[in-house]
Design a protein around this ligand. Structure first.
Ligand code: HEC
Length: 119
C-alpha cells in the first residue's frame, strides 16, 4: 500500500506535501466564495443606502452626515428608502435616544430621512 502511494507521486514529492498544497487551494476557494457571497447579498454602496442631498440644503446634508456616521455605530446604516415617513416617525425616537443626539441633530436626521422616505 505505502509503496504504491509513494511511487505514484511526481518528482519525488511526499504525499504529505501534495496534501498540504491541496489544503491551501481549498482554503483559498473558501475565502473567495465567502467574499463573493457577502458582496452579493446586500448593497454596500453608501450613496445607495444614504443618497447624497441634491438641493444643497445644509440641514439635510448635516442630517446625512450624522446618519452615515453616528447612526452606523451599532448596525450598518439601513437604506433610507426602505421605510416610509410614517415608519421613520416610529423608529427615530428610539434611535435618537440610542445615539444621544441633541434636538438639532435629531431634527436634521429626521428631515434627511423624511426627504428620501419611501412613498
Ligand atoms: C446604541 C446602538 C444604536 C444606535 C447608535 C442606533 N441604532 Fe438603530 N438599532 C439598534 C438596534 C439594537 C436595533 C434593532 C432593535 C430595535 O428595533 O430596537 C436598531 C434598529 C434600527 C432600524 C430598524 C428598525 C425596524 O423596525 O426595522 C433602523 C431603521 C435604525 N435602527 C436606524 C437608526 C438610525 C437612523 C440611527 C441614528 C439616529 C440609529 N439607528 C442608531 C441600535 C442602534
Amino acid at each position: 500500500m505505502d509503496t504504491a502511494l509513494t511511487s505514484n507521486t511526481p518528482k519525488g514529492k511526499t504525499v504529505a506535501a501534495i496534501q498540504g498544497k491541496h489544503r491551501q487551494r481549498v482554503g483559498w476557494l473558501f475565502v473567495v466564495s465567502v467574499v463573493s457571497l457577502l458582496s452579493s447579498c446586500a448593497t454596500t454602496d453608501i450613496n445607495v443606502i444614504a443618497p447624497p442631498v441634491a438641493d444643497g440644503s445644509s440641514q439635510l446634508a448635516r442630517g446625512r452626515i450624522i446618519y452615515v456616521t453616528k447612526c452606523a455605530k451599532c448596525h450598518a446604516p439601513e437604506p433610507v428608502q426602505n421605510y416610509t415617513a410614517a415608519e421613520w416617525h416610529t423608529i427615530m425616537p428610539e434611535m435618537v435616544e440610542e445615539t444621544h443626539l441633541n434636538p438639532a441633530d435629531a431634527a436634521a436626521v429626521m428631515a434627511y430621512v423624511e426627504s428620501l422616505a419611501a412613498r
